[in-house]
Design a binder for this molecule. Structure first.
Ligand code: DC
Length: 230
């Protein structure tokens, strides 16, 4: 199989994959692409505009009407129709909306094209749920990053407290994490699953800097094996 120069990092929410993906990209000096931010941004805007998600035709015309910009300027992660949503997409309620919208086939097709176009033969780290299985099955390096539900809920809890949110309930978060996993793994289109050739990375017990240096070593070896310049 011929390979493309993408490093695919997939896994469930709270597994540490974003931190791992971001740090790995930074250490290697390559582009980092956060595909979850794209689903979040579309979910946020569709909700604001009261798009009926049960109508494929309404969703399709919504998708045709919008302009998405990813990292179009310094300090902006994602914009829709010129409006910067980088902060707003991190609000807790947007996670639920994103999980719902990510099950809609036209949304996945739209973002699949967008993601392929964006990576367009660049060396990059792309993070998501289906990068190694659907978006770039020919990625030269694939990792499936995971952690136990308890660890993931606690990480989310700490994050929300850090952000100043006060009414956070750990047990509720555990249930939310589990529900989101079931949805992400159970959906018909592009479900969350480990690609057969992805390396499983469990971050429950491992400090993130250990994980990152382990991955960095594997990426460097693999890149020199197949002649990709990092
Ligand atoms: O990684 P995240 O929590 O920001 O992702 C938000 C939602 O988008 C999550 O429910 C899963 C979904 N998603 C997806 O279905 N496919 C991707 N490639 C990335 C995210």
């Amino acid at each position: 199989m011929s390979h493309c120069s993408v490093i695919a990092i997939d896994g469930p929410s709270g597994s540490g994959k974003s931190t791992v993906a971001k740090s790995l990209a930074k250490e290697l000096g390559i582009l980092y692409i956060d595909t979850g931010a794209m689903f979040r941004a579309l979910a946020y805007v569709a909700n604001e505009r009261s798009i009926p998600l049960d109508s494929d035709s309404e969703v399709e015309s919504f998708l045709k009407s919008i302009k998405v910009d990813y990292q179009s300027e310094e300090g902006s992660l994602i914009k829709v129709d010129g409006i910067d949503l980088s902060e707003r997409i991190r609000e807790h309620h947007v996670s639920k909306l994103a999980s719902i919208i990510s099950q809609i086939a036209p949304v996945r097709t739209f973002l699949l094209d967008f993601q392929r176009e964006l990576a367009n033969s660049k060396v990059c780290v792309m993070e998501g749920r289906d990068i190694g299985t659907v978006v770039f099955p020919e990625a030269f390096c694939k990792f499936f990053v995971t952690a136990s539900i308890e660890v993931r809920a606690k990480r989310r809890y700490d994050q929300l407290l850090d952000k100043g949110q006060e009414d956070v309930d750990l047990d509720q978060l555990k249930k939310d994490v589990k529900k989101r996993d079931d949805k992400d793994m159970g959906r018909d289109v592009a479900p969350l699953k480990k690609a057969d050739d992805a390396e499983l990375v469990d971050t429950s017990e491992m400090p993130l800097d250990t994980v990152i240096s382990h991955l960095k070593g594997m990426v460097s070896n693999r890149a020199s094996e197949i002649g990709i310049n990092l």
